[in-house]
Design a protein around this ligand. Sequence first.
Ligand SMILES: [Zn+2]
Length: 380
Amino acid sequence: MYDQICHLSIEEKVEALTRSLIQIKSINGTYGEVEIADFIKSVLQTFPYFIEHPAQVWEQSIADDPLGRKNIFAFIKGKENSQKTIIYHAHLDTVGIEDFGSLKSDALHSDQLAKYFSTYTENADVQKDAKSGEWLFGRGSVDMQSGIAVHMTNVLYFTEQLDKLSGNILFMVNPDGESQHAGVLAAVSELKRLKDEYQLDYVAAINTDFITPLYDGDETRYIYTGAAGKLLPCFYIHGREAHVGDTLAGIDPNLISSELTKRIHNNINLAENIDGELILPPSCLYQRDTKEAYNVQTAVSTYLYFNYFIYEKTAKEVMQQLIHVAIEACQEANSFRLLCGVFKAHGFTNERFIMGYTNCKFRRLYPRVDKQRNRPVFVY
Ligand SMILES: [Zn+2]
């Protein structure tokens, strides 16, 4: 690969490497993650500096990983014998390609996609970009094969300009960035080993994952400093299953799950309030009941996961906030259930009950139960 890119400009090198990386199907949770790791390692090994210092490109296997995934590292030692080290960091996997629909077979073929979108009339913006020849299409093009390409190009640059490098560069790519982060978690021990053995002083880590405009037409290319924490609060909701003919007697975990999603997903009031910063609200990344197939029984249980960015809040504070939300959601679901019980006691069928309940919701009436007369009453 070095022979193919050494004569190119920096920008052209980034593009050529990005094109090669996109073509490797490196979907999270597949063997493709191993293939792309091997490719990255093999490209680095063609750089003259690493031919001279072969031990400075290496891999770290991820323990007990069923796919045999690995982290790839490369180290450039600066001329001044400094301990100061900058980490170049990227994840090597992509999300799936199901969302390409009928274009799935072209998801990794940038030129075919550009050709397709150049005649695409459904979205004038995309068509314009495809026609311009200035855009590179394909799964992983921004998240984040081009980021890896930028790092590799910079690695090549500094290996050829060692006099400009007063410290050291540690290049690191990890699998599983789109799911459980097995790669970067395993890399922590390797980073610590290097720090202890060579007294490295990690002064900064540069991650080249994608950035997005803040609004339509925003031309600023942002560089973010600092770090944000991520939590993945999960709910497991165990209900009481019921046959479709007797659902008034059950507890539907999907109802509670929906109440939780309604209260948490994109709820800006749950995001941290830090002056001058847009903090993303929590978002639902997984909501699924445990039914294996369709049947006429309500679900037994449901799983629900949220992505939660944190800056200053602690995990404990988020947990307390979510427990509070969970209590509210259950109370709402329970008021529905109470109502079910009363309707059922009065011999309402499912169908009549649903009509009554929907109607009452629609008219913004709030039901409560008149215990003395044991029937529902509706108040404004
Ligand atoms: Zn990413």
